[in-house]
Ligand binder design. Structure first.
Ligand SMILES: Cc1cc2nc3c(=O)[nH]c(=O)nc-3n(C[C@H](O)[C@H](O)[C@H](O)COP(=O)(O)O)c2cc1C
Length: 484
């Protein structure tokens, strides 16, 4: 039987996500990104189309590498202005029942203790439909405004990420035992303190001695998404990701990265298919190939190469205004997203890219491919990606929003349903259950699972405020016996 294709919509809390200049198109409503109505309508539309999830990108800086200036992205609304994508999620959850939400948070600018609570909150309020896209960020402008002076070196960010995510697993998986929360009105015990444990984390970058603030949520740990395919990025993803998000412009080339992810996943002691691989695409569709091509030509007439180069400057760390526009680009290590640079240099030995080519290519859909055609043509091409690149699904960016998603829901999804490639209806369960086909919690082979029940019998909240056993409690708690 044909494998199921995972469909995510890809958006961001901004006017122009992957298609700079298109905000000017008369059909584009993405500039309503700062209204709740934009998000709730989008969520309802995606749920009507049985999408797995809405995947939300985020950065906490601006794209000021190109021309060494913030003016090009500001002029073109290239991922600025920008809102916090976490905040619309609960409103979207309120108008949907099944749609998942993957949200990007750069851990470089967070504290694990606080972020663990944010994700527990989201998991509770979405009833187990939340995923975290764990990124380390790539923008120097984020680092300078968040007190770091300048961006932490690329590989060091991943070392910090290892410790950060380990702390969050301890909080989500270990701190509160199953059954700790009693909600027992009769005995007056809401939570049994002896079943809540301080995690006692003392590491190189973080010190978190205490307990998790939130009670266990449906999934405990949110579904872990990851994006980044440098050497360090792959190792991190192979250990932690349950879904990995890739850029790639041709399936034959992307296959190498997918194989490398699956090899690394096995090497990390996890099943080869433990990480679902999702690739970025943009789909322009209409009833016929010809109408779709006309639509694409119309969209292209709004694309902005200045906006595209501004985005690429941020992603790659390279200011292409400094290069000969007709000279092929060469790979160099930068402190930005190395995979963004590799896509146009070393990834494809059969293709050289000049700055002019890159500006044109990125105009619609960013680094991912643009699939143009009738529903049949689009479905054929998606299936080719699945076969050739061995990917599990797609993060689908828009040219115009919600128009591009409406076209997909009304035209492409029915075709994929006919081919048995996407759901007729949602199966019950959490985002993790739908994605993995297994249970709501981390798989046993996942590194976070080691903390499940790991503190049972160890010092607990009943042993004094810091968890240091001043007055060990062994008896079942009563209202009187519980420290205030
Ligand atoms: C497809 C893709 C999507 C990404 N999305 C984001 C994002 O939304 N926000 C962010 O700060 N970083 C994002 N990143 C950056 C990565 O988290 C990572 O910091 C960066 O790619 C550097 O790692 P690498 O050199 O391993 O690619 C993305 C990377 C890729 C490849």
């Amino acid at each position: 039987m044909a494998s199921r294709i995972i469909l995510n919509a890809f958006d961001m809390g901004c006017v122009t996500h992957q298609s700079p200049g298109l905000w000017r198109h008369p059909d584009n409503r993405a500039d309503e990104y700062n209204t709740l109505g934009y998000w709730t309508n989008l969520a309802k539309l995606l749920e009507r189309g049985k999408f797995d999830a809405l995947f939300l990108a985020d950065v906490v800086g601006i794209y000021d590498v190109y021309r060494d200036s913030a003016a090009p992205p500001i002029l073109d609304a290239a991922q600025v202005p920008l809102i916090n994508p976490i905040l619309p999620i609960t409103a979207m959850a309120a108008v949907t029942e099944h749609l998942g939400f993957g949200v990007t948070v750069a851990l470089t600018y967070e504290q694990p203790y606080a972020l663990a609570r944010t994700f527990s909150t989201l998991d509770h309020l979405t009833n187990g439909r939340i995923g975290w896209n764990v990124v380390t960020s790539y923008l120097n402008s984020a680092a300078t405004n968040l007190g770091l002076g300048q961006q932490i070196a690329h590989d060091t960010r991943y070392e910090i990420a290892e410790e950060f995510i380990d702390v969050t697993y301890k909080l989500w998986e270990g701190s509160w035992e199953d059954g700790a929360v009693k909600r027992d009105r009769e005995s007056g015990v809401f939570t049994d303190p002896s079943l809540v444990h301080p995690i006692g984390h003392e590491g190189t970058h973080y010190s978190v001695p205490g307990i998790h603030l939130s009670e266990p949520s449906p999934q405990r740990t949110p579904v872990i998404f990851q994006a980044g395919t440098s050497g360090k990025g792959k190792v991190f993803g192979a250990r932690h990701a349950e879904a990995s998000f890739l850029n790639g412009n041709r399936p034959e080339i992307t296959r190498k990265n997918v194989d490398a992810i699956r090899d690394a996943t096995e090497a990390a002691g996890r099943p080869r298919d433990a990480v679902k691989v999702i690739v970025l695409v943009t789909i322009i569709t209409a009833e016929t190939d010809e109408l779709a091509r006309e639509k694409y030509a119309d969209y292209l007439s709004y694309a902005s190469s200045e906006g595209a180069l501004a985005l690429y400057g941020g992603w790659s760390g390279l200011d292409l205004s400094q290069f000969d526009p007709n000279e092929p680009l060469k790979y160099v290590d930068t402190d930005a997203a190395r995979s963004a640079l590799a896509s146009f240099t070393i990834s494809d030995p059969e293709r050289e890219w000049t700055p002019l080519d890159i500006a044109e290519y990125l105009g619609i859909g960013g680094i991912g491919p643009v699939i143009v055609g009738s529903p049949g043509t689009v479905a054929d091409e998606l299936e080719r990606w699945v076969e050739v690149a061995d990917v599990d699904g797609f993060n689908i960016a828009y040219a115009v929003s919600p128009g591009s998603f409406e076209d997909i829901v009304d035209l492409v999804v029915p075709e994929l349903q006919r081919r048995g490639r996407v759901w007729e209806d949602y199966p019950e369960g959490t985002l993790r259950e739908r994605l993995s086909g297994a249970g709501p919690h981390l798989a046993d082979t996942h590194p976070g699972a080691q903390y499940r029940g790991a503190y049972a019998g160890a010092r607990s909240a009943a042993d004094g405020s810091a968890g240091i056993p001043a007055t060990p409690t062994t008896a079942a708690p009563t209202r009187e016996g519980t420290a205030a």
